[in-house]
Write a protein that binds this ligand. Sequence first.
Ligand code: HEM
Length: 468
Amino acid sequence: MLQRSEPGVEGLYCPPAPNPPRTRLRLLKLLATLGRNPLECWSAEFFQEPIAKVRLPLADAFLVHDPAAIKHVLVDNAANYRKDPIQRRILATGLADGLLSVEGDRWEMQRRTLAPLFARRTVASFTSAMLSAADLLTERWSKLEPPATVDVAAEMTLLTLNVLALTLFSDGIGGDLDGFRAAMNSYFGTIGRIGALDLFGVPDFVPRPGRRRLRQTLAYFENVIDAIIETRRHRLETSPGADAPADLLTLLLRALDPATGRPMSSAEVRSNILTFLSAGHETTANTLAWSAFLLSQSSDWRARVREEADRELMEAQPGLAERLVVTRAVIEEALRLYPPIAALSRMSEGADTLGTFHVRPRSLIVVAPYVLHRHRKLWERPDVFDPARFLPPSKGNIPRFAYLPFGTGPRTCIGSSFALQEATIILATLFHRFEMQLLPDASVWPVQKITLRPANGLPMRVSPRWSN
Ligand code: HEM
């Protein structure tokens, strides 16, 4: 498939992306492309139309990229649009009792209970843990024999897992981090495939390829996590005083539903730990990888980020992420061009109207941030990398429902402040400490495998800007 023009409009940089097919794909081609890379299914019309209707074998689908209609589906009439069974089937394995998957009263209870864990002040208190994880990486990279080549995509995955490990379990996972990471990769490798069985709504008891491996991986995780929870419970019960580790696990075990005063069950605690690891790990890693890639292609923005990082990282920690405004704009632009969650989906419960369309019950609604963020009617030069969109005064002109890397409405990402703070601090640290150049023969290409990631990794040459 052809890439969109590299030098871009008026000499501006258009990073690699599939060239949308001129017409809609027919069913068989659609299924094959969905299996390979769902990004390549979006034909040109979807980047122009506010709402488009597609007939699927068992239901209608509406592809909704009109800000007013998105607000209607995800905010105003959200009660009529539940997370759809396909998404839940693919994502929920092992996360069934966690915030991402539960519905109705259980979701409301969990969301109320978990909200304080991701409040701005709590997230700010994780700055040191985020800087420590970044330092571990920079120490390791500094010791590499020059000229060193690393796969930045894989490195970011490791780094974001370390951030979660440090913020969830500040006293360690009690053993084998490599084994934990390998199991995590295997888990993601298995759950990421949207198969024909899922699309046609074939029930869960019909075996899917890779399911057995996923179950084994999950069993491993559940044992490790149960052991960590039990050790911590015991510690909190036997010494309830001030020395409790200040991390997400302590907050989770002490969290009470403000409406009922009820704590979470052990199954809910475990499922939410898995949920945070799953939802917060690859997504943030991809954000960082794409940001590093985009910066490697723009000497101008690289210089601006570096100048800011050199200045701000020397200052005190409080407020650090807020002061890194240029770095943050680069990250927001990376999230626009390569949103890690490229598509959100819902299923209508009752009938409704969207624009000029009648929506029948059990219709599939897709809001694809990937399409929305490159929509011809909503963005100027949509395919061009330009972080200035996210700096004042331009930032104020972005329509509220045209930019949704974290979703919106009641089911919006609970970890968005955490992710933005983490990505900002880490990107600044990396470009402060290292020269990072893409290998000249690297072929960078976006592929959607649960998250939107670089298909062939991101091989970069890294060298310290100074020696210690
Ligand atoms: C750049 C990184 C991230 C991106 C792009 C992202 C994106 C999203 C999106 C789009 C949704 C909404 C899905 C929907 O409406 O169907 C979501 C939900 C969620 N995210 Fe994130 N996320 C990120 C990081 C994180 C982190 C760091 C955590 C936790 C540590 C997290 C935890 C969750 C949870 C628990 C939900 C479900 C919320 C609910 O249903 O109430 N995410 N995320």
